[in-house]
Design a protein around this ligand. Structure first.
Ligand code: 13P
Ligand code: SF4
Length: 348
């Protein structure tokens, strides 16, 4: 799904660390999932994760879209930029990234000497998947005079071919700093790119990618919710399609949406982003009412299927076995580090 043909290598060894029962899961004589020595009972998972974190000198970083049980076990919860900053500054020896593949990969790019674990390696992203490195290199070659700005939701191989990385919380600010006489390529999210172009006043040539989660929200359901709750503020992530962003009162990254629910005087919010963020919104603003917008068919496809591959059990298991761990081709890692460090410096 990700990384194929891009010289990325993953280790999936399940025996890297000693196991309490001396046998890796998958062994012919593997005990059942109910065996407390291999899979602690659900009610004991959070405590078992705490013990393992200390044993491994590990930090658990979680994105706001993770399941609430994972958020509650995390040492740090944030948006893509905050998580990158935290990954860059942590002194822990092991980083467990509860998010999607490109996020864990970014942590590894910043920390080549540390073990970076992702509870489920299949936790990809439709944006990263829709932008293969070879096609991206062609795109770049066809626009030789352009500055190439890539959204952090892309593979390490694409980052390695980019001039600057951005996230949804700093994209406008970064693009505004680019020389006015240079044209700009923006990949891979066309919806974010359109919004950045509008906000920054810069013309961007866009890669035609989109997020399968943010493009499913139903405009009809949103209009109905607005009619039913005229007092509510509509807040949206910039990965949403333009016709939905046009209906929003406030647009921003996950962290900015969270802050908005705290600082706005509105008593309620109609939230156009992945519903995992509602957990922290409810925590920080318990008196406010939050409305989720369903997908176009009334489905609950507004939950990111990739993020939701990570579970509390897999978090425990990856800390227990120290796998799966990310590994990167060193040349790609070195090249990808340059535009990430540029982003961190420019958004400081
Ligand atoms: P944030 O940068 O707002 O955390 O967004 C990440 C993401 O994947 C949104 O779909
Ligand atoms: Fe990727 Fe969309 Fe999931 Fe974010 S919500 S990780 S952009 S698929």
């Amino acid at each position: 799904m990700h990384g194929q043909g891009q010289r990325l290598v993953f280790t999936q060894t399940l025996t890297q660390a000693p196991l309490h029962n001396g046998r890796p899961p998958g062994d012919a004589a593997e005990p059942s999932a109910a065996d407390p020595e291999v899979f602690p009972p659900r009610h004991g998972l959070a405590a078992a994760i705490e013990v393992l974190k200390k044993e491994r000198n590990a930090i658990v970083l979680a994105h706001y879209y993770q399941d609430t049980s994972i958020q509650d076990c995390a040492d740090f919860i944030g948006d893509s930029l905050e998580l990158s900053r935290k990954a860059a500054s942590t002194e822990a020896e092991v980083i467990v990234f509860c998010g999607v593949h490109f996020m864990a990969e970014t942590a590894k790019i910043l920390n080549p000497g540390k073990t970076v674990l992702l509870p489920d390696l299949e936790a990809g992203c439709s944006l990263a998947d829709a932008c293969p490195a070879d096609a991206f290199a062609d795109f770049r070659r066809r626009h030789p005079d352009h500055i190439v700005v890539s959204y952090i939701n892309c593979s390490a191989a694409v980052k390695a071919k980019s001039d600057l990385i951005c996230t949804s919380s700093n994209a406008v600010h970064l693009v505004q700093q680019l020389p006015a006489d240079r044209p700009i390529l923006f990949a891979p999210d066309q919806n974010l790119g359109r919004w950045v172009a509008r906000e920054s006043g810069r013309e961007l040539t866009l890669w035609p990618g989109s997020c399968i989660v943010h493009e499913t929200f139903s405009e009809q359901a949103l209009l109905q919710l607005r009619l039913e709750h005229p007092e509510a503020e509509v807040i949206a992530h910039p990965e949403c399609q333009q016709h939905l962003l046009d209906l929003a009162d406030f647009i921003g990254s996950t962290s900015k949406l969270l802050q908005r629910t705290e600082t706005s005087a509105a008593p309620s919010f109609i939230v156009l982003t992945e519903p995992g963020i509602l957990h922290q919104m409810r925590r920080r603003s318990p008196g406010k009412t939050l409305y989720e917008v369903p997908g176009a068919d009334g489905c609950s496809c507004n939950a990111c299927p990739y993020m939701r591959l990570n579970t509390l059990e897999k978090l425990w298991q990856c800390l227990h076995t120290m796998a799966p761990a990310l590994e990167l081709d060193e040349e790609i890692r070195r090249q990808a580090l340059v535009p990430i460090e540029r982003m961190l410096a420019m958004s400081a």
